[in-house]
Design a protein around this ligand. Structure first.
Ligand SMILES: [Zn+2]
Length: 370
């Protein structure tokens, strides 16, 4: 059995982007409402993982806040200053739709700290694998701009810290339903970081994460975007994993895999239009753990990103966590409501995206060209 670690911190649950509707703050036409992105739901996720006994299979670790030195691996000093200042005021937008409260600056440093420290612990062999239950999320945060609920780019900083620690080549897989524009931007010209995103086509940010965005300069070929059409479910996601993500990992040859493991591709999520279930996340997590065993000596870290269904997010985190611990998929009382919908089997228009990338992406066609 693996020896996994679980990184979480109470203060991450105290970050709150304030009242609004969805991601939109209170204003003209927007009544006050408990946000989808509030973090007591994350505490409920941890509660389910604990109550189910799955957390007993992890070593629980309390992270330290990331230092300025860590944050500066990806972000500018001005960016850090804007987040600290907005948070010190107790409210405000630290970027573009990146609202904060008094605790957000510390929560954001702890989220980065968890990802950095777990990556280094896995590289040093203290744990085989790790899961970071952190908020705020990170993958939209760009080097000089907080964006869409994301303050610092947790996984991007962890990738840079892993390189500083001696890992030469790092793969970042991102299966959050939105495109991780911030991670892509940080590594677009870097040949030593492979960024793979499986997301809903055209969702957010607009016109971001196209199949034609494959990296540039020295990093040409080390960005792979898989924009699945809205309505994709279990089979489409597993086909993308088996036919694109795993072959890309083998072609690249990473020494560490980081997964931006948002669960907002879940079938009940209000921020996406996908159909995934706890079984999908368990299967994808298991596949990536096997890929890590094959390529990186098992070194893999999963970090939470988006996830906005108050009732289903905990079960999706449990499905992911169970697989990280090498345990069978959990009993999911919500499964029947999603699995019997017709969109769970792969459809031709979903297959075509995968076929196109199989035959056109530079990393996947390398060596196949005459
Ligand atoms: Zn998301």
């Amino acid at each position: 059995m693996p020896n996994p670690a679980w990184y979480s911190h109470e203060i991450c649950f105290w970050h709150d982007p304030g009242p609004g509707s969805g991601y939109v703050p209170v204003g003209p036409g927007v009544e006050p409402l408990r946000q989808f992105a509030v973090d007591p739901d994350l505490r409920r996720a941890e509660g389910l993982v604990r109550a189910s006994g799955v957390l007993d299979h992890f070593t629980e670790v309390t992270p330290e806040p990331a230092t300025d030195e860590d944050l500066l691996l990806v972000h500018s000093a001005d960016h850090i200053g804007r987040i600290e200042a907005a948070s010190a005021q107790g409210a405000g937008d630290a970027g573009v739709y990146a609202h904060v409260n008094y605790h957000s600056a510390q929560a954001a440093r702890l989220a980065v700290g968890a990802c950095v420290q777990s990556a280094l612990a896995v590289l040093d062999g203290r744990f085989d694998r790790a899961y970071c239950l952190v908020r705020p999320p990170g993958h939209h945060a760009e080097p000089d701009r907080a964006m869409a609920l994301c303050l610092y780019n947790n996984v991007a900083v962890a990738a840079r810290a892993a390189q500083r620690h001696g890992a030469r080549r790092v793969m970042v897989l991102d299966w959050d339903v939105h495109h991780g524009n911030g991670i892509q931007k940080a590594f677009y010209e870097d040949p030593n970081v492979l960024y793979v995103s499986v997301h809903q086509e055209g969702l957010f940010p607009p016109a971001s994460g196209l199949v034609t965005e494959t990296g540039s300069g020295d990093g040409a070929g080390t960005t792979l975007n898989v924009p699945l059409p809205a309505g994709s479910g279990h089979d489409a996601y597993l086909a993308a994993m088996a036919r694109l993500v795993q072959p890309a990992a083998r072609a690249f040859g990473p020494e560490l895999i980081l997964v931006a493991a948002g669960v907002d591709a879940g079938g009940h999520d209000p921020m996406g239009r996908m159909m995934c279930t706890s079984r999908t996340f368990h299967a994808m997590t298991t596949m990536m753990c096997r890929t890590a065993e094959e390529l990186t000596g098992g070194r893999i870290v999963f970090a939470h990103e988006g996830g906005y269904s108050a009732w289903y997010q905990p079960m999706l985190v449990l499905g992911t966590a169970a697989a990280v611990a090498g345990l069978p998929e959990p009993r999911d009382p919500f499964l029947h409501s999603l699995e019997h919908l017709p969109g769970q089997r792969i459809r031709p228009h979903q297959s075509r995206v995968i076929e196109h990338l199989e035959s056109h992406h530079p990393l996947l066609t390398r060596g196949r060209q005459a």
